[in-house]
Ligand binder design. Structure first.
Ligand code: AMP
Ligand code: MG
Length: 445
């Protein structure tokens, strides 16, 4: 199945955008942060490589049958064909009068008797010779008629109408099959179903649809400092805000989500919690504990319970310590704990992964071009995602980077309309530079 995994904003935005191994080579990483690791780790990948690698890990879940009215937001898992021509008969696109153009000879105006009526859902009348038939939008074209004159273009006087001009043949007629011929494919598998897709499926007379079942996501925060929002505060504790954001994003991406209570920074407890979380789940999302601090236990705990580390560290900012693991069919996404890092990495990797697990043909939205309102300082090395407000005051999109880009800043995450993509190499961006941006809502943020 063809998948759009082209994530590099432009073909050369990432220096190594065209080099995308399916499996990253486990070469020694010169980064001293990894010196303590006892396992050979995959090297740090560029954002584009990492994305392609993560999407390639997705195995599409099994389909299930749902009622059409429950299918919004789900990903279609079958072909939907129209059983009949659409529309299934010649009909009127306007309220007016159906006529036979061959009878309107010589110069106008033309005066015709009004004989009969055709309305939506009613029987198909025959057009009497030399007459006009009253007709309404959606009604079948009377037998013998070949055009409709809009009622605004006639003068009606009792049972007669006067047409100023002769309509072209098939004017204001919806021809049988002009939208689709019987047997044509209306919807393809991999379509994320929005209201208009559902309407098209309904037009094809479908009462139910085969869609990918909802992937099961388990969210597990880690850290001694975490407590559930609204619970009694103790010194040094903070509310677990990331689980709330990830839950909302995963649900919106079509998943069934369960959130486990945060696990303490304890190796045995972490292993137990991970092991339990990995049962009956398609994707485990851990939050925090993926850096190299003394209390960062996620990677060793995953390895201890039999996970392979598929990816560790991505050349992106924020979100560098992103970790991806796998045990059997279950995937693990280890998000960094800082709120902006957690949300941005989940938006850029978790949401597309959930979409890919459902067979979505377009797991990541396309970026748009925008003009930068202010410069962005950037040290070459990692692809950066800069929170910005987006507006189109003069008709063209303008991105204004927000002041606080700290990875712990929750406020600028809430304020941002989108993310500006700052190419890994290339340094600072000047005001007025053309950049690529992702809309936050397209990313599921
Ligand atoms: P860590 O990645 O565990 O080193 O955490 C980095 C920062 O993110 C620390 O300030 C943590 O307190 C914070 N953090 C970690 N997990 C969460 C969470 N679930 N909600 C809010 N903040 C968190
Ligand atoms: Mg922590």
């Amino acid at each position: 199945m063809k998948r759009d995994v082209q994530l590099s904003p432009t073909p050369n935005a990432d220096a190594d955008a065209d080099f995308r191994p399916r499996h990253p080579t486990p070469t020694p990483d010169p980064d001293p942060e990894d010196a303590a690791g006892v396992y050979p780790l995959p090297r740090m990948l560029s954002f584009t490589e990492a994305h392609a690698h993560v999407i390639a890990l997705a195995r599409v879940v099994a389909p299930e049958r749902v009622a059409i009215h429950d299918a919004a937001g789900r990903v279609l898992a079958e072909d939907v064909l129209t059983p009949v021509d659409l529309p299934d008969a010649d009909g009127s696109a306007m309220d007016g009068y159906a006529v036979r153009t061959s009878e309107l000879t010589g110069g106008g105006p033309y005066m015709l008797d009004v004989r009969g009526e055709s309305r939506a859902g009613g029987p198909v009348p025959a057009l009497a010779p030399g007459a006009a038939c009253r007709i309404f939008t959606g009604a079948a074209l009377p037998d013998g008629a070949d055009a409709v004159v809009m009622q605004e273009d006639v003068t009606r006087d009792g049972e007669r109408v006067t047409l100023r001009t002769r309509p072209a043949p098939w004017a204001h007629v919806r021809k049988r099959g002009e939208d689709m011929a019987a047997g044509a494919q209306a919807l393809v598998p991999g379509t994320r179903l929005g209201p208009s897709h559902l309407a098209l499926a309904a037009t094809c007379d479908r009462a139910w649809l085969e869609v990918a079942r909802r992937p099961v996501v388990t969210v597990l925060g880690s850290g001694d400092e975490l407590r559930a929002p609204g619970t009694a505060t103790r010194p040094g504790t903070i509310p677990d805000s990331n689980s709330i954001a990830v839950r909302a994003m995963a649900r919106a991406a079509g998943a069934t989500v369960r959130v486990m209570p945060p696990v303490a920074d304890d190796r045995a407890e972490t292993e137990r919690a991970f092991d339990e979380a990995l049962r009956a789940t398609d994707l485990l999302v851990t939050i925090g504990g993926v850096s190299v601090g003394d209390h960062d236990l996620v990677r060793p705990a995953l390895e201890a319970i039999g996970c392979t580390i598929e990816l560790y560290k991505v050349a992106m900012k924020p979100g560098k310590p992103l970790t991806v693991g796998r045990r059997g069919a279950a995937l693990v996404l280890g998000l960094p704990g800082n709120p902006a890092s957690a949300m941005i990495t989940f938006a850029l990797f978790g949401v597309p992964l959930l979409r890919a697990l459902q067979g979505d043909l377009h797991p990541l939205p396309s970026p748009l071009a925008a003009r930068l309102a202010r410069p962005i300082r950037h040290a070459p090395g990692r692809l950066a995602f800069v929170r910005a407000t987006l507006a189109a005051p003069g008709g063209a999109l303008v991105a204004t980077p927000l002041g606080n880009q700290a990875s712990g800043a929750s406020t600028s995450m809430a304020e941002a309309d989108g993310l500006v993509v700052v190419p890994a190499e290339g340094g600072d961006l000047a005001a007025d530079a053309t950049v690529l941006v992702y809309f936050a809502r397209d990313l599921g943020l």
